[in-house]
Design a protein around this ligand. Structure first.
Ligand code: ATP
Ligand code: MG
Length: 238
């Protein structure tokens, strides 16, 4: 198992926003974490990454206990994080933004299949290659999302946590981002995806976790979810 999250409890002040979250992901999987607004999906990703500290529970990644580690340590352990708001550096070029994703500031040329160079990223994201010398602020929302994903790959993650990558994008761009996620998953990157677009999520993931308020209400394969109208109504439909 690549990621094993056990019984996480996370608070914002007095508000108990994760109440015993458990989930696991095997190497190579793409798993979706779904649910309505405010259930705790982003907080789950942040608790895994260490942006917020869980009060109890554990996060075991690649055989190491990283519970409560600061984000830079989780990144070094092999987790990439693409936050909801993308956090592109607007004044830096696409290329410069990508280089900021390198851990330890070392540019690695070639290497094993896990190593992402900017050339390799440009092969997977031809759209970014065309814009290589443009500043981040001149990219469209979809291109910025591609850049955020590409930048996180520069750290050679084993696991990528991706929060709402298609939010606010035009339909064509939604499709492009979807395809990029499929493509990098096939290239060997394990992905935990939070996504509001159900069609996108179910076309990518093999398994899903559905969140109710602060807890996981359902886990199963995409096929199991598709057959279960009751669960879909309870956790997804408005
Ligand atoms: N920094 C914060 N301080 C206090 N409360 C917060 C903070 N961030 C989130 N919350 C609250 O914690 C709960 C879970 O929020 P979270 O952002 O994890 O939900 P989500 O499932 O990602 O929702 P969305 O689909 O809207 O992104 C919500 O009730 C939210 O209002
Ligand atoms: Mg969220």
């Amino acid at each position: 198992m690549l990621l094993e999250v056990k019984d996480l409890n996370t608070f914002y002040g007095l508000s108990h926003v994760l109440q015993g979250i458990s989930l696991n992901i095997d190497e190579g999987e793409m798993v979706a974490l779904l649910g309505r607004n405010g259930m705790g999906k982003s907080t789950t990703l942040k608790s895994i990454m260490g942006m917020v500290s869980p009060q109890s529970g554990s996060v075991i990644f690649d055989g190491r206990d990283i519970t409560g580690c600061p984000p830079y340590k989780s990144a070094r352990a092999g987790i990439g994080y693409v936050p909801e708001d993308r956090r592109i550096f607007p004044e830096l070029s696409v290329m410069e933004n990508l280089f900021l994703g390198i851990k330890g500031g070392k540019i690695r040329e070639n290497g094993g299949p896990r190593v992402w160079t900017y050339e390799r990223i440009f092969r997977h994201f031809p759209m970014l290659k065309k814009r290589a010398h443009q500043r981040g602020k001149f990219l469209s929302g979809g291109e910025q999302q591609m850049l955020a994903i590409g930048r996180s790959l520069m750290g050679n993650p084993k696991l990528l946590l991706v929060d709402e990558p298609t939010e606010g994008l035009a339909p064509l761009m939604v499709e492009e981002v979807r395809n990029v996620l499929e493509d990098i998953n096939k290239a060997g990157v394990t992905i935990l995806l939070v996504e509001h677009n159900l069609k996108v999520a179910l076309s990518l993931a093999g398994r899903v976790y559905l969140m109710g308020k602060a807890h996981i209400g359902f886990e199963g394969t995409v096929e199991e979810l598709k057959c279960n109208d009751e669960v879909r109504q309870q956790y997804l439909e408005v």
